[in-house]
Design a protein around this ligand. Structure first.
Ligand SMILES: *Cc1c(COP(=O)(O)O)cnc(C)c1O
Length: 463
C-alpha cells in the first residue's frame, strides 16, 4: 500500500482523512495498466483513448457522465477464465455485477455460463439467447413466480438458500412435471473481504444454510427425499474483493467434508462443488489481484487434495466471478464542473455525476483512482476529493487522490475499474438520469445501454 503511517519523505505527502499519508504517483500522466482496461492508452496529444477512440470525441458523441466498456478486454477476460479452468470446470459470470443483452451475447460466444438472481436478470439472459441450461438462479428470497419462470425455462441449476426454498422449488418443479437440478448453498463460517478473512461466527448473515450444527446436512437429507429435485452439489460464496486464497481453502475443506458425510450417510457422491465468486481486482495501484490461471490452479489443488484425503472422486468445480470479469473493463468519464480548494485540507472537484452512478464509495468506503483524461499536465499534483452533484455530503466518488493542480472546469476526468456494481447499482437520486454504457471496440463505439431521458423518468410518474 502506498498509504503509510510513516511517509518516507515523498515529494508531496498530504494527510488524508484517516490520518495516513498518500503519496502521488511519480508522474500523474502515466496510466497504471493494472487499473485500466487493456486497450486504454494516451494518444500523441496526451488524451486518453480506449479501443482507439479518444475520450474527447466519445464525450462529444455520448455525453458525460458515461461508462465506456472495452469489449476486447471483456472478451479476453472471459477467455482467460474459461481457459484457466478448462473443460473440466464451469465458469459462471455473476450477472448482478453488470448485465445487458450485449453482455449476455459476449458470454454466450465466449463459452461462459451465467448466474442470475432475479426475474429481471433471468429475462435479460433469456431474451439475449443464453441457453437456459447455462443459467443458474440464485437469491435468498426467490419468489414463487421467479422459481416458476426459471424451472419452466429449464435453467441448469437453482441454488437453494433455505429450508423453505427446498420445499418451494420441489413443489414448483413437481407441478410442472420436472425434476430440477439444484445445489444447496451452505455457510461455511468463513467470511472474506479484501485482505483478511475471518473464520468464525459468520453464520450470522442472511445467505445460505449453516454447516454448523448439522443444518446443511439436514438440508441435504430433505433435498434427497424430494422427487422434484435432483441434488447435484454444494455451493459456497464467502465474500467479495478477495485477494487471499486462505478463505477459499477453508471453505473448500469444509464443503468437501460435507460431501464425505453425505457419502457416508446416503451412499451418494454429489458430483459438483461451486466455490462462488468474490475474486478481487485492482481499483488502485496498491491492489495486486491474481491471474485466473493461478486462482484456477490454487482452487483445483485444494479441492483435489481434500477429496483424495476423504476418498472422494474430485467433483466438477465451478466458480462465479463477476467483478473480476467486468470490473476492470470499464471507466466512468466525467466532466469537471467546479474546483474548490479548501485551504490546508484538500481540493474538492465536482463532477457531473456522483453517487447515482457509483454508490460503492459511499456504501462500502471503496477506493478508486482517477486520472485527468482529456489532456496531460505537468502542473504539481494536488490532493483532491472527487465528489458528485447530489444533495448529500457523502456523495463521494474518489475519496483521496491526486490530480494536476491546473485542473479546471471543462476538463474530462476518468475513474477506472467501474465496470462492476456501478451501472448495476445506479439510482435516480435527485432524478439523475442514469448514464449510458458504451461498448468500444476497434475504433467503433456502440451504446449498449442508453442514457435515461427525462421522458423515461416522467413515464413512470403516472400522476
Ligand atoms: C455476488 C456473487 C458473486 C460474484 O461476486 P464478485 O465479487 O462480483 O465476483 C458470485 N456468486 C454469488 C453467489 C454472489 O452472490
Amino acid at each position: 500500500m502506498s498509504r503509510s503511517a510513516h511517509p518516507a519523505g515523498p515529494r508531496h505527502a498530504d494527510v488524508m482523512s484517516d490520518g495516513h499519508y498518500l503519496a502521488p504517483a511519480d508522474d500523474l500522466n502515466v496510466l497504471d495498466q493494472k487499473v485500466w482496461s487493456r486497450t486504454v492508452t494516451r494518444d500523441e496529444h496526451g488524451a486518453v483513448t480506449v479501443g482507439g477512440l479518444t475520450v474527447s470525441r466519445l464525450a462529444e458523441e455520448f455525453g458525460t457522465p458515461a461508462y465506456f466498456l472495452d469489449e476486447a478486454d471483456f472478451r479476453a477476460r472471459c477467455r482467460a477464465w474459461s481457459d484457466a479452468f478448462g473443460p473440466g470446470a464451469d465458469v459462471f459470470y455473476a450477472g448482478k455485477a453488470f448485465l445487458s443483452r450485449a453482455v449476455v451475447r459476449w458470454l454466450k460466444e465466449e463459452g461462459l455460463n451465467l448466474d442470475v438472481c432475479s426475474a429481471g436478470e433471468l429475462a435479460t439472459a433469456l431474451d439475449a439467447g443464453m441457453p437456459a441450461e447455462r443459467i443458474a438462479l440464485h437469491g435468498n428470497n426467490k419468489s414463487v413466480e421467479e422459481i416458476e419462470r426459471a424451472v419452466a425455462a429449464g435453467v441448469g441449476r437453482i441454488v437453494l438458500d433455505s429450508f423453505q426454498e427446498i420445499v418451494r422449488v420441489a413443489h414448483v418443479a413437481q407441478g410442472l412435471g420436472k425434476r430440477q437440478r439444484v445445489q444447496i448453498r451452505v455457510t461455511v463460517g468463513v467470511e472474506a473481504h479484501t485482505h483478511e478473512f475471518i473464520a468464525t461466527a459468520h453464520e450470522d448473515q442472511k445467505f445460505g444454510i449453516a454447516l454448523a450444527g448439522g443444518q446443511a446436512a439436514e438440508a441435504v437429507r430433505r433435498a434427497l427425499t424430494l422427487d422434484g429435485l435432483e441434488l447435484v452439489g454444494i455451493h459456497s460464496h464467502i465474500g467479495s474483493q478477495i485477494f487471499d486464497m486462505a478463505g477459499f481453502e477453508v471453505s473448500a475443506r469444509r464443503v468437501v467434508q460435507l460431501l464425505a458425510e453425505v457419502r457416508d450417510e446416503h451412499g451418494v457422491e454429489l458430483p459438483e462443488i461451486d466455490l462462488g465468486g468474490g475474486l478481487g481486482i485492482a481499483y488502485t495501484s496498491d491492489d495486486d489481484p491474481r491471474a485466473p490461471h493461478e486462482i484456477a490452479k490454487s482452487l483445483g489443488d485444494i479441492v483435489t487434495r481434500e477429496c483424495e484425503a476423504a476418498g472422494l472422486a474430485t467433483p466438477r468445480i465451478s466458480v462465479e466471478p463477476g467483478r473480476a470479469i467486468v470490473g476492470p473493463t470499464a471507466f466512468t468519464l466525467y466532466e469537471v464542473g467546479t474546483v474548490k480548494p479548501l485551504e490546508g485540507l484538500r481540493t474538492y472537484v465536482s463532477v457531473d455525476g456522483g453517487m447515482s452512478d457509483n454508490i460503492r464509495t459511499a456504501l462500502y468506503d471503496a477506493e478508486y483512482s482517477v486520472a485527468l483524461a482529456s489532456r496531460t499536465s505537468d502542473a504539481e499534483p494536488m490532493l483532491v476529493r472527487v465528489v458528485g452533484k447530489h444533495c448529500e455530503s457523502g456523495d463521494i466518488v474518489v475519496k483521496d487522490a491526486y490530480l494536476p493542480s491546473d485542473l479546471a472546469p471543462g476538463d474530462l476526468i476518468a475513474v477506472p475499474a467501474t465496470g462492476a456494481y456501478c451501472r448495476s447499482m445506479a439510482s435516480n437520486y435527485n432524478h439523475a438520469l442514469r448514464p449510458p454504457v458504451v461498448a468500444v471496440r476497434d475504433g467503433e463505439a456502440r451504446v449498449i445501454v442508453r442514457r435515461e431521458t427525462e421522458e423515461d423518468l416522467l413515464r413512470l410518474d403516472v400522476g
